[in-house]
Design a protein around this ligand. Structure first.
Ligand code: ZN
Ligand code: ZN
Length: 261
């Protein structure tokens, strides 16, 4: 397998949850060149200006904020290809970035699993593992049916939960449920992200990795297309894309099943 290594999920220090002042396009491109990552995609958090921001976190990250990236692109990218995307939000059944904004980007990452945002993303009455799992299944299907997400960011990764809690939630989703979700994603052309940050804590524990591998194997068998992402918010996290690549290799995902952006 000779899949060109790419990382389409990188935050810079424009994202308010990045606390690394060194997380700049310049430094990311240098790291990518040194590690054989041929294409990088910047995907800072964004919430559209047309809709009142759903939280203080998003109030500081309108589209105009993330567009500042265009002034931060160095002349020399060390031969690395650069794409400019964004990671928006899917809340209350809505994608929080207008078509006019989306048209200005190379691609759009949309998560359905920012369930740490209780009340905004996860309804407050979804408490048990079964209820959270049910939310993840429903929100995944609702999202891909919108035909807006180029890539579903960290699918079925319950953000904010520990590895053991994650296992408890994913144990509640059957193979048949995953297959129904991924068949829908394949039909709608939404790429499935293999996000290294989503399982880096589980990486050396086969029992905790098993559910991630089960999920991605089903996505592979449903004919989905994939992308790789580190979800790095700091320079030291860029290496998580290598875990994503290793998992793709372990699951024998063929080269032609990676999105060509
Ligand atoms: Zn995310
Ligand atoms: Zn992210």
């Amino acid at each position: 397998m000779n899949t060109p290594l790419h990382d389409l999920h990188i935050h810079t220090n424009l994202s308010l949850c990045s606390s690394d002042p060194e997380q700049t396009v310049e430094n990311i491109a240098s790291w990518a060149a040194a590690h054989g990552v041929g294409t990088i995609g910047i995907s800072n958090h964004v919430w559209d200006c047309d809709v009142p921001a759903g939280s203080e976190f998003y109030a500081g990250q309108p589209f105009s904020h993330i567009l500042r990236i265009r002034e931060q692109i160095p002349a020399d990218l060390h031969g690395v290809r650069l794409l400019i995307g964004a990671e928006t939000e899917f809340a209350g059944g809505k994608i929080m970035l207008s078509q006019a904004c989306r048209d200005q980007l190379d691609y759009l990452l949309v998560p359905h699993s920012h369930i740490h945002m209780v009340g905004l993303v996860l309804p407050a009455d979804r408490v048990t593992d079964e209820q959270v799992a049910d939310y993840l299944v429903t929100s995944f299907c609702d999202l891909v049916k919108k035909d807006c997400a180029t890539i579903v960011a960290h699918p079925f990764s319950p953000v904010g939960r520990t590895p053991v809690q994650t296992k408890g939630i994913l144990d509640c989703i059957s193979d048949e449920q995953f297959a129904a979700c991924f068949a829908l994603a394949a039909q709608h052309g939404a790429a499935i992200e293999i996000n290294g940050s989503a399982f880096e804590r589980e990486w050396n524990d086969p029992q905790l990795m098993a559910n991630h591998e089960r999920m991605f194997s089903i996505a592979r068998d449903c004919g989905c297309i994939f992308t790789l992402g580190s979800d790095a918010h700091a320079l030291q996290e860029l290496g998580f894309v290598e875990l994503a690549m290793q998992l793709a290799r372990r699951l024998s995902i063929p080269d032609d099943r990676f999105a060509r952006l």
